[in-house]
Design a protein around this ligand. Structure first.
Ligand SMILES: N#Cc1c(-c2ccc3ccn(Cc4ccc(CN5CCCC5)cc4)c3c2)n[nH]c1N
Length: 239
């Protein structure tokens, strides 16, 4: 997968050299390039923003640098992903969809956002996905891109050693996963649940499903309500 990221803070993406994303880049699974938007500015101050038409707080990112940047990095088959406070909530399903594409371009806005005409112009020649991580306000799109890049890269072939992890994940299966434990068996007077040491895989699976249902009902009633009704025994479904 080819990924291009455009930002006025390219150093924000140093974490993408580390760990499993770094390994995916080294092995060639992920071809990632980060670009400084200011390379498409030509004034002495490398200006990327200006005051908003119609007034209002802060500054808006100028269309000219963005237009040239996207012309330069977006190949014909690319899709554009624009993190935004007004974007569609980003989900695991979105991560799966984006992980299946050949070329992604991320536009990292700052200030009060990017001139709308940049998005509209891009949408004339490529799919554009304006996404939000959640209902809280960030300084810009960079952190969102790091999160989205982790969510996508985990799904690329060969990146996660144990592919089972992908199938047992919360948001993949529609329930929050059960609690996890490792050695020691006893720690600060707290014991690992006996069932997990029983060796009875059927009993362990039932216990984990029960824990998943309890956790999901308690912490994510929205997920619990959406869980396919035919997949829950009547006794499992919370009244
Ligand atoms: N993903 C994601 C995001 C972002 C995000 C993503 C991209 C950019 C680019 C710039 N900002 C800063 C900003 C902050 C607030 C506003 C709204 N205005 C404030 C006063 C009048 C309206 C506009 C921009 C960004 C924030 N925030 N939260 C998420 N889940």
């Amino acid at each position: 997968m080819k990924v291009d990221i455009v930002s006025i803070f390219p150093d924000y993406f140093a974490p993408l050299d580390l760990s499993l994303i770094g390994k995916a880049r080294t092995t060639g699974t992920l071809d990632l390039t980060v670009h400084d938007l200011r390379q498409w500015t030509y004034d002495v101050h490398r200006t990327v923003d200006d005051s908003p038409y119609g007034g209002g707080p802060g500054m808006v990112m100028r269309p000219e640098p963005w237009g040239e940047a996207l012309d330069a990095v977006a190949s014909p088959g690319a899709a554009l992903v624009v993190p935004s406070p007004v974007g569609k909530p980003f989900t695991q399903a979105d991560a799966h969809r984006l992980a299946g594409l050949d070329h992604l371009v991320f536009a990292c806005g700052r200030y009060e956002g990017i001139d709308q005409r940049v998005i509209d112009d891009a949408a004339d020649r490529m799919p554009v996905h304006e996404v939000s991580l959640g209902d809280y306000v960030l300084f810009g799109g960079e952190v969102a891109v790091i999160v989205i890049m982790e969510a996508i890269t985990r799904l690329l072939p060969g990146v996660l050693g144990n592919a089972d992890s992908l199938t047992e994940e919360s948001h993949a299966a529609g329930l929050l996963e059960a609690p996890v434990y490792t050695k020691p068996q006893s720690w600060r007077g707290r014991e690992v649940p006996d069932v997990l040491r029983s060796g009875d895989h059927g009993r362990i699976a039932r216990w984990r499903r029960e824990q998943s249902l309890l956790r999901t009902a308690e912490r994510r009633p929205d997920m619990y309500a959406a869980y396919p009704p035919d997949s829950l025994d009547k006794k499992d479904r919370k009244a």
